[in-house]
Write a protein that binds this ligand. Structure first.
Ligand code: SAM
Length: 191
């Protein structure tokens, strides 16, 4: 297939933005799939900051990184992504190459623990400040669960309001699927 599935599309975008030795963020690490992907992109000299509010997610992510022998490339943090700024090393502030978020709930876990509109928007606002020029934020928006529609609408409203002189904002979605297929919002910072 030529058109990537949505997660592959998100990873293809991250690949373009992330270079070896860079610092990046996984705002919702869950079971650590994106954290592992990012750890491989940044290499031995780079760093991944991964966040989740669920202890189990933090443990699962650490275990996945350990299994692939890249645990030292990441700091896996049991905290909300609204507090990203306070966990960044001084040298990485304003130098973040990219951030990824998978919105929604963690598959196979408690479906009532979901990303929330206000926290997600606060986190994006903070991450945009920490991003270097040319940096990228990728949001994979799952919205079929209770609360998902409200978050989708709030996030779309917020990113649509970003000043076009400072940010390019793109929405990738499959438009011929029924129900509520996930989609991508990509924000590139050009200042
Ligand atoms: N990328 C993950 C993976 O590879 O498995 C899947 C992420 S899952 C769709 C969403 C995750 O966001 C859940 O693990 C949930 O605990 C987490 N989450 C919800 N609110 C959060 C917050 N305020 N800060 C950080 N993580 C949060």
């Amino acid at each position: 297939m030529i058109l990537n599935k949505i997660l592959e599309q998100a990873h293809a975008l991250m690949k373009k933005a992330v270079h070896e030795g860079g610092a990046v963020i996984d705002g919702t690490c869950g079971n650590g799939h994106d954290t592992l992907f990012l750890s491989n992109l940044v290499g031995n000299d780079g760093h991944v900051y991964a966040f989740d509010i669920q202890e189990q997610a933090v443990e699962n992510t650490r275990a996945r990184l350990k299994e692939h022998e890249v645990l030292e490339r990441a700091t896996v943090i049991h905290d909300s992504h609204t507090h990203i700024e306070k966990h960044l090393q001084e040298e990485h502030k304003g130098m973040i190459q990219a951030a990824i978020y998978n919105l929604g709930y963690l598959p196979g876990s408690d479906k009532s623990i979901i990303t929330k509109p206000n926290d997600t928007i606060t986190s994006i606002q903070n991450v945009l400040k920490s991003l270097k020029k040319g940096g990228l934020v990728v949001l994979v928006v799952y919205h079929g669960h209770p609360g998902g529609k409200e978050e989708k609408e709030a996030v779309l409203r917020y990113v649509s309001s970003l000043d076009h002189k400072n940010y390019e904002v793109l929405n990738y979605s499959f438009i011929n699927k029924d129900r509520t297929p996930p989609f991508i919002i990509a924000i590139e910072k050009n200042v």
